[in-house]
Design a protein around this ligand. Structure first.
Ligand SMILES: Cc1cc2nc3c(=O)[nH]c(=O)nc-3n(C[C@H](O)[C@H](O)[C@H](O)COP(=O)(O)OP(=O)(O)OC[C@H]3O[C@@H](n4cnc5c(N)ncnc54)[C@H](O)[C@@H]3O)c2cc1C
Length: 580
């Protein structure tokens, strides 16, 4: 299974083997949840020498971890709240991710902060950004991004001609970093598998194995086959984000962590709709709104509203979309309309609420708890600091194992594709010549696969038709669809269109125009017959239609009801209720 240390395939055969391995012997740790936190825990634990399994109920990163603003940042907001430790920690992580752990996936991004108040605002924002830049100098590593600079209105307009002249008086530009959030999680899981972790998607934890009080493992439904299995482990880690409380229910509600969900909606518009060479950050009544460069697009968001409805498919309503448009239009000289919106996505923030006194509160943002012997819970935090959350969770696991476990070493573990990436980037002209692909295409591939680009190019060498772009989504090659199934754990059409690529939010047709071609490409590696190909397209089409319609509704309840009208291709199992 392991091609080289730190790189593994996550194809269908590897998934079956992982489930069989998990069933066959007691593991040190089993992780529930394949978002950024669960993936981080799996990598941390396996690189400390522990035997690890990870179970994800849906597709990897299909929860919050594919629906974020995709920023690796300290958070200017926390700075304003004077939470310096949190900002410092996040900026140290930013430097590590940019320069050592995933330079192929994480890259610097500039933001313009338009100033609207004469007098006090420039010194106020300027002081904050001096601190932001200084706190960014971490232990031994450079900051990884340029420092901020002050701009007059005229210079700011040269960078961002789309801004309305009268909407601001001057600006400050600063730098943060961005990432393809879903891709990062999947790459981390490939890395963990390369170090020996067993990982499986569409494997839902339905209950716990118990010996008295102690949790000794989990019951699992393989949602692809409908079979049930038991996975025994000395420690179980619950890393299920907004589903934390549901998992807690399975141990009789004995947990100490409570998580509630807050919805954040983003819009995607084509790059040419906003004429700017830089991202933009705007203050809103409650928080901030980002306009983030994203390939040939802009991502604009987000909102922040309480959400108590379906967590699997949080729905964006017309009001959410109007809110984002209204706020961005306040500063644009040519306003955006709904017709400019290519894609919309909604995610749920896992916010900690009402934890009890016993909870070991490790930072203002995330918690780790050991509610019953054998079970560790980790929740809260943000994407940027997943590695710290994972380290804290595995420290708690080590405590529960009653054995000496080495300290976390993930600050020195580059993700799959990172090693050799710089050399390949420097050789991209040569790679373009030898592969026959345009250099811009090679750059795009290097920023998605790093040094694993050779595996994608090998597919094209074997079958040159895979070197063609997808018709209707020409940012992506046909080979990338095949590779998603053979190496990246994609099992359904939606996994490929929504997470391995982002065609579902980057095209006005939202993936419908490529669904047939992509499904045909997946049929071979995933062993689909004609019937399954048809089903995949049908389910995908229904999903897109339901999403579009839900986005016409005024309220969350109406949007949710319509979105739920499109069923999942792999239905979820009812969890056990009698295990307490
Ligand atoms: C709108 C928005 C914008 C954000 N922007 C940023 C940002 O720019 N930068 C930043 O640092 N952070 C950001 N965040 C926060 C960040 O995205 C989250 O903190 C992070 O992704 C949470 O990851 P997680 O692994 O805890 O949860 P998730 O990604 O939700 O993972 C939990 C997983 O558990 C699985 N699961 C649930 N039940 C079961 C079961 N029974 N069996 C097996 N698996 C199960 C789910 O399917 C899911 O995949 C943002 C969040 C939102 C909502």
């Amino acid at each position: 299974m392991t091609a080289r240390m730190g790189t593994a395939r996550l194809g269908p055969a590897e998934r079956s083997a992982a489930l069989a391995q998990m069933e066959s012997a007691e593991l040190d740790v089993v992780v529930i949840g394949g978002g950024v936190v669960g993936a981080g825990v799996a990598l941390d634990a396996t690189t400390r020498g522990l035997s690890v399994g990870l179970l994800e109920a849906r597709d990897f990163a299909s929860g919050t971890s594919s629906r974020s603003s995709k920023l690796i940042h300290g958070g200017l907001r926390y700075l304003e709240q004077l939470n310096f430790d949190l900002v410092r920690e996040a900026l140290q992580e930013r430097a590590l991710l940019l320069q050592r752990i995933a330079p192929h996936l994480v890259r610097p991004v500039p933001f313009l902060f338009p100033l609207t108040h004469l007098g006090w605002e420039r010194p106020y924002v300027g002081t904050g950004l001096v601190m932001y830049d200084t706190l960014g100098f971490s232990t031994g590593l450079a900051r990884g991004v340029p420092g901020h600079r002050h701009l007059s209105r005229r210079r700011a307009l040269r960078l961002a001609p789309a801004l309305r002249r009268t909407a601001f008086s001057g600006a400050v530009q600063y730098w943060d970093a961005q990432v393809d959030d879903a891709r990062y999680v999947m790459t981390m899981l490939r890395t963990a598998a390369g170090y020996g972790a067993h990982v499986a998607s569409r494997a839902q934890v339905t209950g716990f194995l118990r010996e008295g009080e102690r949790v000794t493992g989990v019951r699992v439904r393989d949602l692809e086959t409908g079979t049930d299995l038991e996975v025994r482990a000395r420690q179980v880690v619950n890393a299920t984000g907004v589903w934390t409380d549901e998992i807690q229910e399975l141990v009789g509600g004995r947990g100490q962590i409570h998580v509630r969900a807050s919805k954040g909606v983003h819009l995607v518009v084509p790059r040419d709709r906003i004429h700017s060479l830089t991202g933009i950050i705007l203050r809103t009544e409650k928080s901030v709104l980002f306009v983030i460069p994203w390939g040939r697009h802009w991502i604009i968001g987000t909102t922040d509203t309480r959400w108590d409805l379906d967590k699997v498919h949080p729905a964006a309503s017309r009001s959410d979309i109007d809110y984002v448009l209204e706020h961005v239009n306040a500063v644009l000289s040519v306003p955006l309309t709904r017709d400019d919106v290519e894609g919309v996505y909604a995610g749920l923030r896992p916010l900690l609420s009402g934890e009890s006194e016993e909870t070991s509160k490790l930072s203002r943002e995330h918690v780790v708890a050991h509610p019953v012997p054998g079970l560790v819970m980790v929740a809260g935090g943000k994407y940027t600091t997943y590695r710290v959350m994972a380290k804290d969770a595995v420290d708690a696991v080590a405590h529960g194992l009653h054995q000496r476990v080495p300290p976390s070493c993930t600050d020195r573990i580059p993700l799959a594709g990172a090693e050799g990436h710089q050399a390949l980037w420097n050789s991209r002209e040569r790679l373009a010549r030898s592969s026959g692909l345009h250099v811009a295409r090679i750059e795009h591939l290097l920023q998605r696969y790093g040094s694993m680009i050779d595996e994608v190019l090998a597919l094209i060498e074997e079958d040159p038709s895979l070197g063609r772009p997808l018709t209707g989504a020409d940012d992506y090659l046909r080979a990338e669809v095949v590779y998603a199934a053979t190496h990246e754990g994609a099992r359904h059409l939606n996994d490929v269109l929504a997470r391995r690529t982002h065609i579902a939010i980057e095209t006005f047709h939202r993936g419908l125009a490529v669904a047939e071609e992509a499904a045909a490409l997946l049929a071979g590696p995933l062993e689909w017959d004609d019937e399954q190909v048809k089903r995949e397209i049908e389910y995908y089409t229904k999903r897109v239609e339901a999403e579009r319609l839900s986005q016409e509704q005024d309220t969350d309840h109406e949007a949710d009801a319509i979105r739920l009208g499109a069923p999942d291709i792999v239905p979820f199992a009812a969890p056990e209720t009698n295990l307490a």
